[in-house]
Design a protein around this ligand. Structure first.
Ligand code: SF4
Ligand code: SF4
Length: 411
């Protein structure tokens, strides 16, 4: 019943805003495909039988349900053979961003070689994560950051147009609704520099997503969501889908560091003839029941690449999905909800949610170089182990230990 009420309330809201031809802040919706419910033609790229695809909201992109996360992976450069293999197997969307220094330049030769086979998503930093440089009311500065970084991205990638240019790491609600940012996007779009607008968020996620849906401005949202947080986020995910936003998950597996075998006694069955890894279970669960179009994954070696690319074509029966749900939820218990309470509680201004992501880059993604770069931005050295972050965390994650342990993990 609550879901029906939420849905009705949202549809009434959408009808009002579309009828008025306006969104929050008074900017008009553009006349083409930007209103909720309008469906541009599907656009296919690199369709292969080895991949599964879904429509990415109003963009019409038939996106591979596994998106190649090239940000942290190539933040310090690196070998792009795995990216080539992913494209050969039908992956058609690469996600990168300005905050990852070498990433765009590193993927550029591959992206150019396969320009008609892949879509490129990139992002502007410092309007959110990392190291936010604007305050409420600094509209001109925020718009300049978006525009300047878009131009830098075009130069680094050596392309004329980026398929979707996002604001990276949005945490604050005033960023979501800032008129100047949307105006900067519209101007860039008219100049042919970008096709779609988006944001990425891994802190204060439910509110940011809800507001993105209500704004009528965003085409694609990349959100941190895992099996432990998806129930809380599902109203916002539903609102975004109904608003025509394409939804891609990141940090999807949560901090799966537990012994997967611990659950084998209870859930020892195989899925679709094969045993799935904890990561595959988390991805498969969110694709099947989490309301997302695709998941963004960090693929740093051949085994992980093979595992991730196999997920979109898994065929699971209802019984197998029910079993998958039970096991995945049990494994994800205690994972971060990306609410941001820990960071807000820290008296030293430490980026505590960022520390948790940094921990994941060390222990789960095995990217120590990128983790070192992240660590330098956290102010973790200021931690005095007061425990306020731990007290504020609804999942009781031992954050003081995480923050204190980062340096040792990076040594
Ligand atoms: S324990 Fe450290 S990180 Fe946590 S709130 Fe206190 S100073 Fe901040
Ligand atoms: S308070 Fe806990 S659940 Fe919320 S962002 Fe911090 S670690 Fe995650």
């Amino acid at each position: 019943m609550a879901e029906q009420v939420n849905r009705r309330a949202f549809l009434e809201y959408a009808a009002r805003t579309v009828a008025a031809g306006a969104v929050m802040g008074g900017l008009p919706l553009s006349a083409d495909e930007r209103s909720a419910g309008t469906q541009p033609a599907a656009e296919w790229r690199n369709k292969q039988p080895t991949m599964g695809y879904a429509r990415l909201g109003r963009s019409g992109f038939m996106v591979s349900r596994c998106v190649f996360g090239a940000g942290g992976l190539y933040g310090k450069g690196g070998d792009t053979r795995l990216l080539e293999i992913a494209i050969e197997r039908g992956m058609n969307c690469i996600d990168t961003g300005r905050p990852y220094p070498q990433s765009e330049a590193t993927i550029s030769p591959v992206a150019l070689r396969h320009r008609d086979r892949v879509w490129i998503i990139s992002k502007a930093g410092h309007i959110g994560w990392p190291d936010i440089r604007v305050k409420p009311g600094e509209d001109a500065e925020a718009a300049k950051l978006y525009t300047d970084q878009l131009d830098e991205s075009l130069r680094e990638l050596k392309v004329d147009t980026i398929d979707c240019y996002m604001i990276q790491g949005v945490e604050h609600e005033w960023v979501v609704t800032m008129d100047a940012l949307y105006e900067a996007f519209v101007k860039a779009r008219k100049a042919g520099k970008v096709r779609y607008f988006g944001l990425a968020t891994h802190t204060n996620v439910p509110k940011v997503c809800e507001l993105a849906a209500k704004s009528g401005r965003y085409d694609v949202v990349l959100l941190a969501v895992n099996p432990n947080s998806v129930a809380e986020l599902s109203p916002a995910i539903r609102m975004m889908r109904e608003a025509g936003i394409g939804v891609i998950s990141m940090k999807t597996s949560g901090p799966i560091g537990k012994d997967a075998k611990a659950f084998d006694g209870s859930y020892g069955q195989v899925f679709a003839g094969q045993e799935l890894s904890p990561y595959q279970r988390a991805y498969a669960y969110l694709l099947a029941r989490g309301g997302i179009d695709a998941f963004n994954a960090h693929m740093s070696n051949q085994r992980i690449l093979d595992e991730n690319l196999a997920v979109p074509t898994l065929k699971l029966s209802e019984a197998e999905l029910n079993r998958l749900q039970r096991r995945t939820l049990a494994e994800a218990l205690g994972s971060c909800h990306h609410c941001g309470s820990c960071g807000r509680a820290c008296p030293e201004g430490i980026d505590v949610p960022g520390a948790l992501r940094c921990h994941a880059y060390v222990h789960h993604y095995h990217e120590p170089d990128w983790a070192r770069s992240m660590h330098a931005m956290l102010r973790a050295g200021a931690c005095r182990q007061c425990g306020a972050c731990h007290s504020a965390c609804p999942e009781s994650i031992d954050l003081p230990t995480v923050v204190a342990g980062l340096r040792a993990g990076l040594a």
